[in-house]
Design a protein around this ligand. Structure first.
Ligand code: SF4
Length: 184
């Protein structure tokens, strides 16, 4: 099975990429994160994720940075807390694009690390991912990266690789009110 791993950043994906590469899985990492602001931060996270893929010999695909599309999708939800409806829309938008790309490029399935961080609701990510999977007609492969010592292994790898580890998820809700303002 050839699949895409949708990644939000290097710290969340490094251990999963390492483990999958070691098991000789046939996969590529997809970076589609128009939610990340400002753009300089997006570029920093993208390059760090590319570095991790290079280290483990995994193909890395970067898609468009269409932040204005993301801003339009979450308009009116800026004040909601993380794990709420804004995040559901954000996950759905990124996963839908991942499934579209997978279907158009001959991949058999999609997986993601969007629920790896302890700040995320894994059940929320999985629920939305399966909705998008059904829509696309391709399976979603759930990843459990928090149990069995995996979270600890991830933290060790972040240190070992000296990865840039951001202090916020991606959006800055109070700064997405007017997409026309651009990045700041
Ligand atoms: S907190 Fe993260 S997942 Fe939620 S809307 Fe912002 S960028 Fe997306």
């Amino acid at each position: 099975m050839r699949f895409l791993l949708l990644s939000c950043c290097a710290p969340c994906s490094c251990a999963v990429i390492k483990e999958l590469a070691k098991s000789a899985a046939d996969f590529a990492v997809l970076f589609y994160n128009p939610n990340i602001r400002p753009q300089a931060e997006y570029q920093k996270r993208c390059e760090e994720n590319r570095r991790v893929c290079r280290l483990f010999g995994v193909p890395f695909i970067e898609l468009e940075y269409d932040n204005h599309r993301w801003c339009e999708a979450v308009a009116g939800l800026e004040d909601l807390p993380e794990r709420g409806e804004r995040c559901s829309i954000c996950f759905g938008l990124r996963l839908r694009r991942a499934f579209e790309y997978a279907a158009a490029n001959g991949y058999d399935a999609v997986a993601s690390v969007l629920g790896v961080s302890r700040y995320k609701d894994l059940a929320q990510v999985n629920r939305i991912a399966h909705q998008e999977a059904e829509r696309a007609g391709l399976p979603y492969l759930e990843i459990e990266a928090r149990k069995g010592g995996r979270q600890e292994a991830r933290m060790r790898l972040i240190k070992e690789l000296n990865l840039y580890n951001q202090t916020y998820c991606g959006c800055r809700p109070h700064k997405v009110v007017s997409p026309s303002l651009g990045d700041n």
